[in-house]
Design a protein around this ligand. Structure first.
Ligand SMILES: [Zn+2]
Length: 345
C-alpha cells in the first residue's frame, strides 16, 4: 500500500523516550489551571504566551517553563496534564512513553511530592487499561540545584516507590546544563543505581562532549538525552556507536533553542549513518512547536529520509526503551508488519 510521508509517519508505531510531562502543558491548560488555582501568570492572553515562545537558548526557555509550571498545584492538575499528553500520544501512534518529571519544580512551591506521583500515575494507569498504552516514569533531578537537594528529593520519593513499581523505573538529570556537569551528581546517582533504578541524563545538548563522557563514565547512564554535541569528539562518537548507547534526540527543541540554525543543519542523520542508535522525541512539545510526528516530519522532509530510515528510527525507540524484552519483541514485530505492507508514495 502506498501512503504519503505524513501518513506513513502518523501510523508508524513508535516509542517516546524524551518527554517532560510538565513541558507538555499547553497554553490553554496553563490559563485554565491558573484560574482554577488562583495563580498569577505573567500573561493575559494565550497569544501572549505563544509570542513568548521565542527563545534565545535553553536558559530563556527554562525561565518561561518554570513560570508556567507554577499553575500545577494538585493531584488533579497532574492527572489532567498527563491525561492530555497521553491522549495526544495515542493519536500519534505512540505505543510506549517514558515520561520525565521534576518533583523539585513543585516541592519548592509546597506541592506534596505524593500529589505529583499520584496524578501522573493515575492518568498512565487509566490509559494502560483503556487503550493498552504502555508507559514508565523517570524522576529527574534539576541540575541547577545542589546534589544535596537531589538527595533530599530521592529520599522523599522512596516511600512512594512501593506504590509505583509498575511505572517508576528510572532517575534522570535535566535543566540548565552549562556549569552543572554530570559529575556534580555522582553520589546521588551511585545511590540511585544501588537502589536498582535505570539511569539516564541530559548531556551534550548545549554542553561539551566531556559532559557526555561524565554521564557515561560517572553516572553510568544507559541512554544519553540529546547528546548531539558528541560530534566534535571522534573517540566519543566511536564509543557511542560501538556500544549502541541510545541518544534521545529532539530536533524541534534543538531548533527552537537555537542549538541549530535550521533543521537541515542538524547532525542526527549524520550520526545515524555513523552507526549511532538515534531516536526522535519531542522534549516539551507545545513550547517547541511540535509533538513527536511533527519532529519526524521535519527531519524526514529536510533529509529526504526513506521509509526504511523512519522504520529504523522507530525500531531504535522500542529497543532503547525500559520496557521488558517480551513486550519489545511484540512492538518490533508490529513494525516489521507495518513496513512490509506500506511504502511512501
Ligand atoms: Zn529534555
Amino acid at each position: 500500500m502506498k501512503t504519503s510521508l505524513s501518513e506513513f509517519i502518523a501510523n508508524l508505531p513508535k516509542a517516546e523516550l524524551h518527554l517532560h510531562i510538565e513541558g507538555s502543558l499547553e497554553p490553554e491548560m496553563m490559563f485554565a489551571l491558573a484560574k482554577r488555582n488562583s495563580v498569577k501568570i505573567p500573561f493575559t492572553t494565550i497569544d501572549e504566551v505563544r509570542a513568548a515562545y521565542n527563545f534565545r537558548d535553553l536558559k530563556s526557555f527554562l525561565d518561561l517553563y518554570f513560570a508556567g509550571t507554577a499553575v500545577l498545584q494538585t493531584e488533579t492538575d497532574f492527572y489532567e496534564l498527563t491525561k492530555a499528553y497521553v491522549e495526544k500520544a495515542i493519536t500519534d501512534n505512540i505505543r510506549h512513553s517514558e515520561l520525565f518529571f521534576d518533583p523539585q519544580t513543585h516541592t519548592d512551591r509546597g506541592v506534596p511530592i505524593s500529589a505529583v506521583f499520584a496524578g501522573i500515575a493515575r492518568a498512565l494507569r487509566e490509559a494502560r487499561s483503556s487503550d493498552g498504552f504502555s508507559s514508565k516514569m523517570i524522576m529527574c533531578f534539576l541540575r541547577h540545584l545542589s546534589e544535596e537537594d537531589a538527595f533530599e528529593t530521592l529520599q522523599a520519593a522512596l516511600p512512594l516507590r512501593a506504590d509505583h513499581t509498575d511505572l517508576w523505573c528510572g532517575v534522570g538529570l535535566d535543566s540548565s546544563e552549562f556549569g552543572n556537569p554530570p559529575k556534580k551528581f555522582s553520589k546521588v546517582f551511585d545511590m540511585a543505581r544501588e537502589l536498582g533504578f535505570r539511569i539516564v541524563a541530559h548531556a551534550g545538548e548545549e554542553g561539551p562532549p566531556e559532559y557526555i563522557w561524565e554521564a557515561l563514565e560517572i553516572l553510568k547512564v544507559e541512554r544519553v538525552d540529546h547528546g548531539i554535541k558528541c560530534e566534535t569528539d571522534e573517540r566519543l562518537v566511536k564509543y557511542l556507536a560501538e556500544h549502541r548507547i541510545p541518544l534521545t534526540v529532539c530536533p524541534l527543541s534543538n531548533l527552537k533553542l537555537c542549538v541549530v540554525k535550521k533543521i537541515e543543519e542538524h547532525n542526527l542523520v549524520r550520526l545515524l549513518r555513523s552507526g549511532l542508535c538515534i531516536t526522535i522525541n519531542s522534549d516539551d512539545p507545545p513550547y517547541f512547536g511540535g509533538y513527536i510526528n511533527d519532529n519526524f516530519i521535519a527531519v524526514a522532509s529536510a533529509f529526504n529520509l526513506t521509509g526504511e530510515d523512519l522504520v529504523d528510527l522507530a525500531r531504535n525507540s522500542f529497543r532503547s526503551s525500559f520496557a521488558d524484552d517480551e513486550q519489545k519483541m511484540k512492538w518490533l514485530q508490529e513494525i516489521d508488519e507495518y513496513a512490509d505492507n506500506r511504502a511512501i508514495d
